[in-house]
Design a protein around this ligand. Sequence first.
Ligand SMILES: C[S@@+](CC[C@H](N)C(=O)[O-])C[C@H]1O[C@@H](n2cnc3c(N)ncnc32)[C@H](O)[C@@H]1O
Length: 359
Amino acid sequence: MGLVGTIERRMREAQYRAATTAKVGWFSTFYVMGRHIVGPLTKPGEVPKPSKTPAPSLATMRAAFGQLFDDEWADIDRGVYRMPREFRERPDPFRSLSNARDYLREARAVAKRAHTPGGGVEVRERTSDDLPNYYRQNFHFQSDGWLSERSAKVYDTQVEVLFTGSADAMRRRALPFIAEEIRRLVREGRAESDIHFADVACGTGRLLSDVVDNFPDLSISAVDLSEPYLGEARRAAEGARNARFIGAPAEKLPFADGSVDILTTVYLFHELPPKVRREVAAEIARVLKPGGLYVHLDSVQYGDTSMDALLEGFPAAFHEPYYDSYCKEQLAELFGEAGLEPDGQRVGFLSKASAFRKR
Ligand SMILES: C[S@@+](CC[C@H](N)C(=O)[O-])C[C@H]1O[C@@H](n2cnc3c(N)ncnc32)[C@H](O)[C@@H]1O
C-alpha cells in the first residue's frame, strides 16, 4: 500500500474510532442517569441472590468491550462490510436529544414496574389473546411490551443505553457471515436480487439497515409479530429495492419449504420459552434451502466468557423470564435436532453470532 493509501486508511480508522468513542460516551451518560432513576435492581424487601460465579473485573469487561470494536474495525478495513452508515453520516443532535428525553421518561415507568411485585405482565390485560401468552409481557419492564409505537420508538435507545453504545456493533457480528455467504452465492452466478434473505423477529430493523446498506438489491423478507416494530423496520430499511415486511410468528413462517437462502434471528431466542425455541428451530430448518445459511445472534451463554455473573443477574433485574434457560441451552443440539449443522461462531462482548447450515 502506498503512502496515500496508508494515510487514507489511517483517516478511516480515526473516523471509526472517533465515532464509536462519541457513541459510547453519549450512551454511557444515559446509562448512569438511567441507573440513577431505576435505582436498586431488586424489588422492595427482596435480597439480591448471590451469584454463583465471581463478578468480572472492570479490566475484563473493558478488554471484551474494546475487542468488539477492534474486531469490527478489522472487518471494515478488510472490506467485509462498509463503514456503518451511523458513522458515515453526521448525527442529528435534535433527534438524539429527543430520543434521550423519551428514554429518561420511559426509565421512570420502567422503575415503577421493576419495583412492583408481579410487575411486568400488565400488557396482558390490554392485548388480544390471538398473540401467544408468553409474548404478551412487558419484557425489560417496558411500557406496552412489544405492542405500541411508543415502545417501538424508544427501544433502540434503551438497548444502546443498556450496552453503553455497543448494541449495533454486537448485532453486526452477524454481518460477516451474511456478507461472505452473499458473495459466495454471487460468485456461483446468482444475482443479488435473486437471493432470498429473511430477518425473523427483525424488531426495529437495526441489523436489517446494515444489511440493506451493503446489499440493497437483495430480496428481503422482514418478519415480526409487532406491527409498530415492523413500522420502524420499514423506515430503517429505507433504500432496500426489494423488501417486504410481514406480521407473522416465528413459529409459523410465511415461506414455502426450502425457499430461503439466508435467515437471521437477532436477540429472539432468549425471549422464547424453551418449547417454543424448538418449534422456531424446526421452522427455520423447514424454510431454508438445502445448504442454506442460518445466522443466530443472541446473548453469550454460560461458559462463553468470564462474565457469567453478569448473565446470572440479568433476568430478574430486566424482566427476562426465559433468559436464564437460554443461557443454558446447547445451541448445537437445539439446531442439530432440527437438521442444522454448526458452521462458525463469533463472540463480540456480550453477544455471540453462531452460523448453521441446513444439511
Ligand atoms: C429483543 S427484540 C429483538 C429485535 C431485533 N431483532 C433487534 O435486533 O433489536 C425481540 C423481537 O422479537 C419479536 N418477537 C418475539 N417473539 C416473536 C415471535 N414468536 N414471532 C415473531 N416475532 C417475535 C418482538 O416483537 C421483538 O420485535
